[in-house]
Design a protein around this ligand. Structure first.
Ligand code: ARG
Length: 464
């Protein structure tokens, strides 16, 4: 219900006229920044304690304010908070209510503080928590990848370059490649967290608090490792949010690649992965369909996260110091990136856990494509032929095999020896998938013994 009387605003003192509703609506951030309510109240509790320490509040006032803040926390948690027309954002909404409940004591809460240091503090608190949650969710996907890699044992598939069959590789090795990729994402979030772990509270609107607040005490109360050293920087910077979006973008990009592999693998053309009933969707028209919607969306939603990075970077570019209202655009960006990332991680995890690899189809894929050509070249090198020469000889043999309509490993000994007299009957042992795999025993290779060790190392690492 629109109220007839003028909306009460925290900053209303110098204004007579009512705010134009078009500006009011445009300016409103409460619908989305109420997501910061916990951080905002935690920040206010710490701030009130800080004010008590320097004598701005007496013990009774501190008690009254803290109780009021906890009551507002409950109102939000139980969805009972009633917003008023003047509640521009979460900070004004909480404070307005605290003043309502706590009267004069409540009206002292904002002493020496600005919404500018307040919102930056809330954001940093939220970012730290978000980094932790994403790191945990990535670890969970890694566990699923390790389980899948364990379940497929020594199943091999073709490794692809240019999406053309290249050489045999263990499917487990392929899955563990994603473990490595997202491990770097975990590290990026851990690093982002360090920059968020610096407290802006106590920097006032721009130049510092007018009261000699003990910021080290505040940081301790709120669990920050450091306090910001320059007030203009603290209230006017959002690179912590941008860095979060950057880490999220790279992760989203990685997840889109895993999504794409699942889409390919689940196609009839590849057939490596059989999607389970709980993780595939049907078509409204085509009864035979089993669609990998989760994996497709993992691919598609990367666009949002990348877009949010570019959006915020553009907002920040060219802003003068210190706080500008443009900075309010940070929140929807990080919230959407967080929701997209956690949703994508969950969907991929469910898809992998709810599907199974088809060993027969994997084995079939190893048949065509002259997949052991490089093995033959390596065989010739072991017989003393320089690699460049061996490459040429085998190239010719691929041509011969193609003319005969067979795979290179099916050529008879006489044909092979015709091309290179160095070739002996032992070549048949070299030209098998398992020999090809075993040969890749240098660190980082797909030799089954290597992969087994890598799996064990991952299992240990993820158990911690
Ligand atoms: N809602 C604002 C934001 O998100 C809070 C800070 C507003 N400060 C101000 N002086 N109007 O950035």
């Amino acid at each position: 219900m629109a109220k007839k009387q003028k909306a009460k605003r925290m900053w209303g003192g110098r204004f007579d006229g009512e705010l134009d509703p078009r500006i009011d609506r445009y300016n409103q951030s409460l619908p989305y920044d109420q997501r910061l309510v916990e951080e905002d109240i935690d920040g206010s509790v710490a701030w009130a304690r800080g004010l008590r320490r320097i004598g701005v509040l007496d013990a009774k006032e501190l008690g009254t304010i803290t109780k009021a803040l906890e009551r507002v926390r409950r109102e939000f948690a139980q969805d009972r908070f009633e917003a008023e027309p003047g509640d521009e954002d979460i900070h004004t909404a909480v404070e307005r209510r605290v003043v309502e409940i706590a009267g004069n004591a409540g009206a002292k809460l904002h002493t020496g503080r600005s919404r500018n240091d307040q919102v930056a503090t809330d954001l940093h608190l939220w970012l730290k928590k978000a980094c932790d949650e994403i790191e945990g969710a990535i670890a969970s996907l890694q566990r699923t990848l390790v389980e899948a890699a364990t379940a497929v044992g020594e199943t091999a598939i073709p490794a692809y370059t240019h999406l053309q069959r290249a050489q045999p590789v263990l499917l487990a090795h392929h899955l563990l490649a994603y473990c490595e990729m997202v491990q770097r994402d975990r590290e990026r979030f851990a690093d982002t967290r360090k920059r968020a772990d610096v407290m802006p509270l106590g920097c006032g609107a721009a130049v510092g608090s007018g009261f000699a607040i003990d910021r080290a005490f505040l940081a301790k109360e709120l669990g920050f490792r450091k306090v910001s050293a320059n007030s203009l920087d603290a209230v006017g910077s959002r690179d912590a949010a941008l860095e979060f979006l950057s880490a999220a973008s790279i992760l989203a990009m990685h997840l889109s690649r895993l999504g794409e592999e699942i889409v390919l693998w689940a196609s009839k053309e590849f057939g490596f992965l059989r999607l389970g009933d709980t993780v595939s969707t049907g078509s409204s028209l085509l009864p035979q369909k089993r669609n990998p919607d989760g994996a497709e969306l993992a691919r598609g939603k990367a666009g949002r996260v990348l877009g949010r990075f570019l959006g915020l970077a553009t907002t920040l570019k060219g802003l003068p110091l210190a706080y500008n209202k443009d900075l309010q655009e940070d929140k929807e960006a990080v919230f959407e990136a967080f929701d997209t990332i956690t949703g994508t991680l969950g969907a991929l995890e469910a898809t992998l856990a709810g599907s199974r690899f088809d060993a027969d189809r994997c084995a079939e894929a190893l048949e065509g494509g002259h997949l052991l050509s490089t093995e033959l070249a390596d065989y010739l090198v072991r017989k003393g032929m320089p690699f460049r020469r061996a490459h040429e000889v085998v190239g010719k043999l691929v041509q011969t095999a193609e003319q005969k309509g067979v795979d290179i490993k099916e050529l008879d000994l006489a044909t092979l020896q015709d091309a290179a007299p160095e070739i002996g009957p032992d070549v048949k042992r070299a030209l098998t998938v398992s020999a090809a795999l075993r040969a890749k025993r240098a660190v980082g290779g797909t030799a089954p013994a290597r992969v087994k060790r890598a799996l064990a190392a991952w299992r240990k690492r993820l158990a911690r």
